[in-house]
Design a protein. Structure first.
Length: 349
């Protein structure tokens, strides 16, 4: 039997009701609900509505602020630095995307860096907006308040999975790249640990430096860590990318791992590039459309699995689930049941 599905609009309304009941103003609640459901639509089930229960808990204890505005710390023609004041991350990123796009239309590129944001959910949830506007988006984040990824050759964690992402139009299905600079994410390892599951490969090392596929090593003593992207063989590449993300986020923000921890959150780098300021959007799409076509035409190693571009599967899945309903991971609604009961909101059927 296929898993039951729920219309995306119904899930978004459910999330909105819970966030409003928790005290988040309407515009911000709508932004958070939309971004979370977008995560589930595209198959990022650890970074969709699975985050709603933790977000509600953060609001309840005051760790996620719902009132007030970000502070503009620095303002240049093509660049801004904001203090996010621990406001809802998805709402902040959507505002930053708008601000960066406005600057890119005028200067060719626009960059907004946010320090002290709360968690921003799935980076891929923002990609479609940028590609539909004919722009190239670079988006990265780190969380200086925690660490679960060791540098290559080390056993003591320094980084979070430090995702880096990009999106751009091709004249057809846009490209959407969203990769952690580590072998896996905290969301997946936490879920598998709770379920007693295993990773598909030894993407971790235990506290003695032995490779492992068991997430429980991250909660043992001595504590294990997630490996950088590339693992034991070529993890120096992921280590380098992690450092780059730290420079784009904490370095440019002037706030990061050198400062006292404040709780779960994010430091964010948002950059929009407007192809019109260069050879033009038509020329950009002609070039990237040709590259995309050549990639798809590459003779596949497995004839049953032709080459697809990053984000293509997620794009198709989102289209299907918008029509047929979203198949939520089976752990999500039970985690939200206590919050629904508390606020008198019916679970979506």
């Amino acid at each position: 039997m296929p898993p039951p599905t729920i219309p995306a609009a119904r899930l978004e309304a459910f999330a909105l009701q819970l966030l409003l009941a928790a005290g988040m103003p309407d515009e911000r609640a709508q932004a958070v609900a939309t971004v979370l459901v977008e995560g589930d639509l595209t198959g990022h089930t650890t970074h969709g509505l699975q985050l709603l229960a933790p977000y509600l808990a953060e609001i309840e204890k005051g760790a996620m602020r719902v009132e007030g505005d970000p502070l503009v710390v620095s303002d240049q023609p093509a660049a801004q630095l904001w203090d996010g004041c621990r406001l809802p991350g998805p709402w902040l990123v959507l505002r930053a995307l708008d601000a960066a796009t406005q600057r890119a239309r005028q200067a060719g590129t626009g960059t907004v860096v946010i320090r002290r944001s709360h968690h921003i959910a799935s980076l891929a949830s923002y990609h479609r907006r940028a590609a539909e506007q004919g722009t190239l988006l670079l988006l990265a984040c780190s969380d200086p308040n925690t660490c679960s990824v060791a540098p290559f050759g080390g056993l003591t964690p320094v980084f979070t999975p430090n995702p880096v992402s990009a999106a751009f139009p091709t004249g057809g299905v846009p490209v959407s790249v969203d990769i952690s600079t580590s072998t896996t994410t905290n969301g997946l390892t936490n879920r598998l640990h709770q379920q007693g599951g295993r990773l598909p490969a030894p993407w971790l090392i235990d506290g003695h430096g032995r490779p492992s596929d068991d997430p429980s090593v991250l909660f043992a003593q001595p504590q294990g860590t997630i490996l950088p992207l590339g693992g034991l063989d070529s993890g120096h590449k992921g280590f380098g990318l992690s450092l780059l993300v730290e420079a784009l986020t904490g370095g440019l923000a002037g706030h990061g791992r050198a400062d006292p921890r404040e709780g779960w959150g994010a430091t964010v780098f948002v950059q929009v590039i407007d192809p019109q300021a260069f050879a033009g959007l038509e020329a950009f799409e002609r070039q990237m459309g040709a590259v995309a076509a050549q990639c798809r035409a590459s003779r596949p190693a497995d004839p049953a699995r032709p080459v697809r571009l990053p984000g293509e599967r997620a794009h198709r899945l989102a289209q299907e689930q918008r029509l047929q309903g979203v198949a939520l991971h089976d752990a999500i609604l039970p985690a939200l049941q206590p919050w629904a009961d508390r606020y008198g909101v019916a679970l979506p059927a």
